[in-house]
Design a protein around this ligand. Structure first.
Ligand code: GDP
Ligand code: IMO
Ligand code: MG
Length: 433
């Protein structure tokens, strides 16, 4: 019986990972985040309550679930405690006690946010459209081996020394290259010291906890952040985030073993969205796209930015299926396509030179002049909102899903017909299959 399930985005983020992670956590003992940071925004809706988690794993609404933050995550300690305070205020019990953080995770500091914003400004019309949370610069410092880790907070003298060296280097860049004002050592130290003891109380060996869980047959959910095409290696580089968002990242970033994963559930919408810059072959800049944005409430959970919208892309999905070893899909937001006369699925990309490909290229520059080849299917006028069984779906909606499965080379395990937990159709159960 599968005990270790990965939930990850197969598009450009915001697919609905939060809803599915929260749903599956009803059966899980632990939920672990492995990459990204508070650039993520995962929405959980329970009745009238809507909670958006950024750094905290989506298991937090289930009172007995342990929430782990693995070594691959970039942890902004100030943002973490702000989020904990919000969750506490929302009436969620034992929030701080249930979060465990790897001492090896990277510390994201105010200097990273300052560099992120300055770098975006400098890029001008070529801006990536980052969330401005300092994610890229923090990963840069980690890879360059000059960044600080959560565990560095134990030895205060050494922490101060490393912080001084980091700020000396980063402030030189910030002031002399970007011509912005510097971030002072004293202000960073003060902000970090205000939460140091509480953060150190949460530190643990996440990899060892996962191993303990595995040995005692506990159910563990690995919660991905962002999406496959924002992956630093397999996304539309350079319009990507700075971590491995694919299934491999869930393993390296948590400290689980690769063979411990039993099921990889890919999350996708019945259409596609993207926030920020970069290629988007099926983008709709017309009233159909605007209709999807409005009906789907496609506005960023972190930044509030309107999301770009377009048709479902089976070309991209075929790549997502193979690089993530997808076992099945959770297909979200069925209801948003209600009422459309026709619906489209992108089946191939046509390049400027006339060649046609059934797989997407690996860099943004190679997308230039790409046009989508579509298959058009009839839409449905009936509402699918809140439908809970396959048989109650309009016939054309079922036809659309079956064709989407064929073109994507994968099966739908879960179908979502609304933001709430019970607005869901289960075709198979990742923890039971
Ligand atoms: P995540 O980052 O992948 O967790 O996704 P977000 O939370 O950023 O965005 C997904 C949005 O879609 C959230 O506002 C969810 O409440 C909402 N949502 C999820 N599933 C459905 C669905 O089936 N129908 C509708 N209408 N909304 C949904
Ligand atoms: P969730 O987990 C959608 C996008 C940003 C930008 C690019 C780089 O909620 O799906 P970054 O701040 O990471 O350096 O920005 O990645 N991005 C997301 N888009 N959902 C997210 O997270 C995202 N996290 C980052 O818009 O294009
Ligand atoms: Mg999101």
């Amino acid at each position: 019986m599968p005990n270790n399930v990965i939930v990850l985005g197969t598009q450009w983020g915001d697919e609905g990972k939060g809803k599915i992670a929260d749903l599956l956590t009803a059966k899980a003992n632990m939920v672990v985040r492995s990459q990204g940071g508070n650039n993520a925004g995962h929405t959980l809706v329970v009745g009238k309550q809507k909670v958006v988690v950024r750094l905290v794993p989506s298991g937090i609404l289930h009172p007995d679930c342990l929430c782990l933050i693995g070594s691959g995550v970039v942890v902004n300690p100030i943002a973490l405690f702000e989020e904990i305070a919000e969750l506490h205020k929302a009436g969620i019990p034992k929030v701080e006690e249930r979060i465990k953080v790897s001492g090896a995770s990277a510390l994201l500091l105010p200097i990273h946010q300052a560099i992120d914003k300055a770098a975006e400004k400098k890029r001008g019309s070529k801006a990536i459209g980052t969330t401005g949370r300092g994610i890229g610069p923090c990963y840069e410092d980690k890879v360059a081996r000059r960044g600080l880790r959560v565990g560095d907070l134990y030895d205060l003298d050494s922490f101060k020394e490393k912080l001084r060296a980091l700020l000396e280097y980063r402030n030189f860049l910030l002031t002399s290259y970007y011509h912005e004002s510097e971030v002072s050592f004293d202000s960073v130290l003060e902000q970090v010291m205000a939460v140091r003891d509480r953060l150190l109380n949460m530190v643990c060996d996440v990899s060892a906890l996962l191993e303990q869980g595995r040995r005692s047959q506990q159910k563990i959910l690995f919660e991905g952040a962002q999406g496959t095409f924002l992956d630093i290696d397999y996304g539309t580089f350079p319009y990507v985030t700075s971590s491995n968002t694919v299934a491999g990242g869930c393993v390296t970033g948590s400290g689980a073993g690769p063979l411990d994963i039993d099921y990889v559930l890919g999350i996708a919408k019945t259409y596609t969205t993207r926030v920020g810059g970069g290629p988007f072959p099926t983008e709709l800049n017309d009233e159909v796209g605007e209709g999807i944005r409005q009906r789907g409430q496609e506005f960023g959970a972190v930044t509030g930015r309107p999301r770009r919208t377009g048709w479902y892309d089976a070309v991209a999905m075929r790549r997502a299926v193979t690089i993530n070893s997808l076992s099945g899909l959770a297909l979200m937001k069925m209801d948003v396509l209600d009422g459309l006369e026709e619906v489209k699925i992108c089946t191939a990309y046509k390049f400027k030179d006339g060649t046609v490909s059934e797989l997407p290229p690996l860099a943004a520059s190679e997308y230039e002049g790409v046009t989508p080849v579509y298959e058009t299917l009839p839409g449905w006028s009936e509402s699918t909102f809140g439908v809970t069984s396959w048989d109650k779906l309009p016939e054309n909606a079922r036809r659309f899903i079956l064709r989407l499965e064929e073109l994507s080379h994968t099966k739908v395990a879960i179908l979502s017909t609304g933001p709430e937990r019970d607005q869901t159709i289960y075709l198979s159960d990742p923890f039971a299959d």
